[in-house]
Design a protein around this ligand. Structure first.
Ligand SMILES: [Cu+2]
Length: 179
């Protein structure tokens, strides 16, 4: 403990000890390794989505999503009558995040790719697709576009993973993947 001044007052001018220098070297190299791993993992890790993002106004996004749903709705689901939309393979699909729902429900075909557009009409929500664990922040004014090819048929759940108010826990959506 440095209660008393060091005996040799100019201790900071002394050469680095070998051990100290080694640790600085190890920490520096490890920092570099982690930095480049971050870049490498973006491509190799199959964990991050190489997504696209565009600025878009709320009105334009709402209009496109509603037109999309009006065009491809095949049925309605649940008490709230939320539309189930089945877009043609290879096309663009829209999901609106808002207090407190993911609208509409998508029905996609297995093995076909789609461009999924995501945006919020109020404030920040978190898109979390379960159980495959794809996570994206959803912001008003920006649309995130992800190109996906579902590999397994079944029912997927979208949960909101950014706290967005009193109904946050009820903000659950669905994507069906059919054969
Ligand atoms: Cu939310």
């Amino acid at each position: 403990m440095a209660i008393f001044s060091p005996e040799r007052r100019l201790w900071w001018k002394e050469p680095l000890d070998r051990v100290e220098l080694s640790w600085i070297g190890i920490a520096f190299i490890w920092g570099l390794v982690m930095f480049f791993t971050m870049i490498y993992w973006h491509f190799a890790g199959q964990q991050n989505l190489s997504n696209e993002a565009y600025r878009i106004s709320l009105d334009v996004y709402a209009e496109r999503a509603e037109a999309f749903a009006a065009k491809y709705t095949v049925r309605e689901e649940g008490e709230s009558g939320i539309p189930v939309v089945h877009p043609p393979p290879g096309s663009d699909a829209y999901i609106i995040a808002r207090l407190w729902e993911w609208w509409p429900i998508l029905e996609l075909e297995k093995g076909k790719s789609y461009r999924i557009h995501l945006s919020s009409l109020d404030w920040q929500h978190g898109f979390s697709l379960q159980p495959i664990n794809i996570n994206l922040q959803v912001q008003p004014g920006y649309e995130m576009v992800l190109t996906i090819t579902p590999e397994k048929a079944g029912e997927y759940t979208i949960v909101c993973n950014e706290y967005c108010g009193i109904g946050h826990h009820t903000m659950v959506g669905k994507i069906f993947v059919v054969e």
